[in-house]
Design a protein around this ligand. Structure first.
Ligand code: CO
Length: 132
């Protein structure tokens, strides 16, 4: 079902400092910050040859990563995103296999349909599926 690793998302309380780690310490290509108010985050994309790292900083008071940062004040890995060909088919298959799906597919931060899967069924890791 799953294909390529699309991105790994890392939540951070300090986007500029975290972008500097990837840019200056690790020598990666780092985008300027991009505010996504409808998703409650500001992001920086780190481009790697085979995937992306997305640094996420909370934006607004209803940010979906605010709770995560309360538990992990220094930041940390928030989710991994795998590509699927068909999000509706993936949803049906996962429900049929008894997995805990969080809500319904919706348009994600890249303008493509995404679906989140509960960490309890996925080795303690929040999983995002994105229709490639
Ligand atoms: Co993501």
């Amino acid at each position: 079902m799953i294909g390529r690793l699309n991105h790994v998302a890392i939540a951070t309380p300090d986007l500029e400092k975290s972008a500097a780690v990837y840019r200056d310490l690790l020598g990666a290509k780092v985008s300027p910050p991009l505010a996504l108010p409808e998703h409650g985050v500001t992001t920086v994309f780190v481009e790697l040859p085979n995937t992306k790292i997305e640094l996420l900083e909370p934006l607004g008071d209803k940010s979906p990563i605010a709770k995560f940062l309360e538990k992990n004040p220094g930041g940390g890995m928030h989710h991994v995103c795998y590509e699927v060909d068909d999000i509706a088919a993936a949803l049906d298959a996962l429900k049929a296999r008894g997995a805990t799906v969080l809500g319904e597919p919706r348009i994600g931060a890249h303008g493509k349909p995404v679906l989140f899967l509960h960490p309890r069924d996925f080795v303690g890791t929040l999983v995002e599926l994105e229709q490639a």
